[in-house]
Design a protein around this ligand. Structure first.
Ligand code: GLU
Length: 367
């Protein structure tokens, strides 16, 4: 059987107890599950959180409110603890591991991304399990992924993975917050990440994990658009990885899109950094989503953020929901002046007209 490529993200809530210490017993169960997959010939890449929390605990900083610098320092302390634990635990099941620390720049810059990709594929070829985390000690606001859910989705997209598995401390995606709402129900299968679903996910993080359900949904959105089947499962339960590989669904499954976004459009959608937002009216939304048209100035309501010509921008509807991304032909300053106007008025307003469209269809991806 052809080996499958699995990106497995382990959240802090799975690795570390509420008291802030590594749950070694639990980690060794997950490692056994991974080793079983690995022995079957599957390729596994791990994305592991936990460095900051482990560092905070080691430095006895728990309960303090920390500055960004202190968190970066904690990550430096915690990351080596984390790797030490993984190395030791994987050694017991005869698996070799490698550490890769990434910042957002490493994936959005094409040359660096190709280097990382080569390293990852070489490690997999030699049966080593790469363990990735965000390089928190150097990542400041502008170069941050922000959370490992997003990072794992980008890695799964760029590595053409078969599965993205997000191990968390709840059963999957619920209709409400299961810790507060007794009536919240587990959704077993999702094939469209609607704005209504995104609303349900709001505000469901805890102090140790950056993400919560909102970032998991965002991650699933990236992954399924790239053709990667995604699962949110309870990592505290034994054998969930084996179950998935055997075709079961122990949590919530997000079905991957049949037509996956490829090449340049995938880079626009998930590789490029979004520098700002363009809000469009309902008519423009329909033209982009249903009719496959370009974005014209007449449909633009407003812009947010400063961006230049060729920069990546999010396209949002009137409720603020992002439904597309693209590379802008005009800067934010220019769009402010031509928004709501007809194409034929561009020249008169700006004194020139380089393009009819604000974003051409070829540079636009509907999410
Ligand atoms: N990179 C962070 C850490 O290792 C975790 C980010 C997250 O929780 O998603 O502590």
């Amino acid at each position: 059987m052809k080996s499958r490529r699995i990106i497995l993200k382990i959240g802090t809530g799975v690795l570390i107890t509420p008291e802030g210490i590594f749950n070694k017993n639990h980690i060794s169960k997950i490692v056994n599950d991974i080793a079983a997959a690995h022995k079957r010939g599957e390729e596994v890449v791990l994305i592991s959180s936990g460095a900051i929390t482990a560092g905070i605990n080691k430095l006895k900083w728990k309960g303090r409110s920390l500055s960004l610098r202190e968190k970066q320092a904690a990550a430096a302390v915690g990351q080596s603890q984390l790797m030490n634990l993984y190395e030791e635990t994987f050694r017991k099941v005869n698996c070799l591991t490698a550490q890769i620390l990434l910042t957002a720049d490493d994936l959005s810059n094409r040359q660096r991304y190709l280097n990382v990709r080569n390293t990852l594929f070489t490690l997999l070829k030699h049966k080593v399990i790469p363990i990735i985390n965000e390089n928190d000690s150097v990542a400041v606001e502008e170069i941050k992924f922000g959370d490992n859910d997003t990072l794992s989705a980008l890695v799964s997209s760029k590595m053409d993975a078969d599965f993205l598995i997000l191990l968390t401390n709840v059963e999957g995606f619920f209709t409400g917050d299961p810790r507060k709402d007794k009536k919240a129900q587990l959704i077993k299968e999702i094939n469209e990440i609607s704005s209504c679903l995104q609303k349900k996910a709001q505000g469901s993080g805890d102090w140790r994990s950056t993400g919560g359900m909102q970032t998991k949904l965002e991650a699933a959105k990236i992954a399924i658009a790239s053709g990667v089947t995604t699962f949110i499962v309870n990592g505290l339960k034994e054998g969930v990885i084996t179950k998935i590989l055997d075709g079961e669904n122990p949590g919530t499954k997000f079905l991957s899109k049949k037509v996956k976004i490829a090449g340049k459009k995938r880079w626009i959608a998930f590789g490029a950094r979004m520098k700002g937002k363009i809000m469009v009216d309902e008519g423009a939304k329909e033209a982009l989503v249903v009719k496959g048209k370009s974005l014209l100035p007449s449909g633009v309501k407003k812009t947010e953020g400063e961006f230049g010509i060729g920069d990546g921008v999010s396209i949002v509807d009137l409720s603020g929901h992002e439904f597309a991304r693209g590379l802008s032909f005009y800067s934010s300053g220019e769009i402010k002046r031509i928004k709501g106007k007809l194409t034929k008025e561009i020249k008169h307003i700006l004194g020139y007209k380089d393009y009819d469209e604000v974003i051409h269809r070829d540079n636009l991806v509907v999410l």
